[in-house]
Design a protein around this ligand. Structure first.
Ligand code: SAH
Ligand code: SF4
Ligand code: F3S
Length: 450
């Protein structure tokens, strides 16, 4: 669907829910649309193509989608020519696409993440047929070259693998994203080299479990090797990666992170639960002892690193004493930050069928206890930075306060600081003047040369 130059330029609007993988997929959708001649717009009503890229990881995300679709009904009535696309993980779940087509017949295209490489054809089919098109079959996406319209010109996401083989018993991701498939190292390196050449400063390597990268490839290549190759590409300032599975974090990876100056000393290691009983039920493949040992090695080899995590509270069968073990891990590890979630049963996963589901009241009480203590710990850790000088990579003006700039430390802490004119993507040194649990404030000291 190429647009004639004489026509008024058509516009698209994409909303993205969920994880960074979805953010990346939306950048690909945008890339396709721009190559077809569409331009981005900031208002849903102005759009000729409206896309919602969905997530299925928790019930709440799905509820938000349904209420949004209700609002789309009015939009379609006032602008019948608008093409409406429901994309992403939510529609990849068995049977959902059909239900959505019935309940929201005004949606033109319903597509799962596997169909990304066919987006232009599917859109064209939907436009011509004017009957809803559904694309949720499993398809190969590895090896495809996607046109990516990145949101940022300095910070980029680069997928290194698609899908997940872990089948944590609570998680829908392996069902909607399929089995893990590593991208070829040559493709990843070529993409990162191009980004570096185009002036990008930071690259984040993406995968549901980056640590198992390469296991499905013929080449003798693991994540540590890949990290090292990426870290040696000239031009970039910082390399990050997510998400790591604690079970697959090797000594070799820690050593390479310690060695390579561009790889940031931030470890996001989702623990999920502190009791071995729950970790087994979750099929996480490690114990609290193994996790603690890993943390110890990281702190030995990469001093001053930050460690963040994810927790789920209220997993089926979580007794008070199990939750107590989660609280105990907060004290033992002292995480810089934790993303905490109330367990949400996902249809088709093993945990959803387990006995002993925990009541909502109990789950809510536990998450509050967990968050309160973690906030204190985060604050205590960050308070140790008061008066220290930190290197920041500047991300731009603060979204909430335009007198301030925002940057990130190598350890992934957000710092706001007042300054006159600081280029985005540059390195600066600030002195930390205020420290909260999630963000810090600083005083501008100098611009660093890279
Ligand atoms: N592959 C990544 C991200 C998975 S989704 C990883 O393994 O960490 C991000 C987080 O959502 C998970 O770490 C987990 O804490 C949470 N999560 C996943 N499924 C969930 C569910 N059913 N209920 C509540 N939280 C969930
Ligand atoms: Fe889900 Fe576990 Fe895979 Fe992460 S590692 S995506 S939590 S199944
Ligand atoms: Fe959600 Fe899909 Fe990511 S379910 S967390 S958008 S992989």
């Amino acid at each position: 669907m190429k647009l004639c130059l004489m026509e008024k330029q058509k516009k698209y609007f994409i909303s993205t829910m969920g994880c960074q993988m979805n953010v990346y997929d939306s950048e690909v959708l945008a890339g396709y649309l721009e190559s077809m001649g569409f331009a981005a717009t900031t208002g849903e009503e102005d759009a000729d193509i409206l896309i919602l890229n969905t997530c299925a990881v928790r019930q709440k995300a799905e509820e938000k989608v349904l209420s949004r679709l209700g609002m789309w009904r009015n939009l379609k009535q006032s602008k019948p020519g608008m093409l409406m696309v429901l994309w992403g993980c939510m529609v990849q779940q068995g049977g959902i696409a059909g239900q959505i087509r019935k309940r929201y017949p005004y949606i033109d295209l319903i597509g799962g993440p596997h169909a990304l490489g066919r987006f232009p054809e599917l859109l064209e089919e939907a436009r011509i047929s004017r009957t809803p098109v559904i694309a949720v079959a499993e398809e190969e996406r590895r090896g495809r070259e996607f046109p990516v319209k990145r949101r940022h010109t300095l910070f980029a996401w680069v997928p290194i693998s698609y899908g997940c083989n872990n089948y944590c018993t609570y998680c829908i991701v392996p069902y909607v994203r399929g089995p893990e498939k590593s991208r070829l190292p040559a493709d990843i390196i070529a993409e990162v080299e191009k980004l570096a050449h185009n002036g990008y400063r930071e690259v984040t390597l993406l995968g549901q479990n980056v640590n198992s990268y390469g296991r499905d490839l013929n080449e003798q290549m693991d994540f540590a090797d890949l990290l090292q190759m990426v870290a040696r590409i000239p031009g970039l300032l910082r390399i990050r990666y997510m998400t790591s599975h604690p079970r697959d974090f090797t000594e070799k990876m820690i050593a390479i992170i310690a060695q390579e100056p561009k790889i940031c000393e931030h470890f996001h290691l989702p623990l999920q639960a502190g009791s071995n009983h729950i970790l087994t039920l979750m099929n996480r493949g490690y114990t609290r002892e193994v996790y603690l040992k890993l943390v110890e090695r990281i702190r030995e080899l990469v001093p001053r690193s930050s460690i963040t995590t994810d927790f789920i509270v209220g997993f089926p069968g979580e007794r008070e004493e199990d939750f107590g073990m989660t609280m105990d891990m907060l004290e033992k590890v002292r995480f810089d930050a934790a993303f905490t979630f109330i367990y949400s049963p996902r249809q088709g996963t093993k945990a959803a069928a387990m006995a002993d589901q925990i009541s909502d009241t109990e789950k809510r009480a536990r998450i509050i206890t967990l968050n309160n203590r973690q906030t204190e710990i985060g604050q205590e850790i960050n308070a140790q930075l008061l008066g220290t000088r930190q290197e920041l990579l500047v991300e731009g003006k603060s979204k909430t306060d335009h007198a301030n700039y925002t940057g990130r430390t190598r350890t992934n802490k957000i710092v706001h600081f007042p300054a006159n004119e600081v280029p985005e993507g540059s390195l600066v040194t600030v002195e930390i003047t205020e420290a909260g649990a999630w963000t810090l404030r600083g005083k501008y000291i100098s611009a660093d040369t890279d």
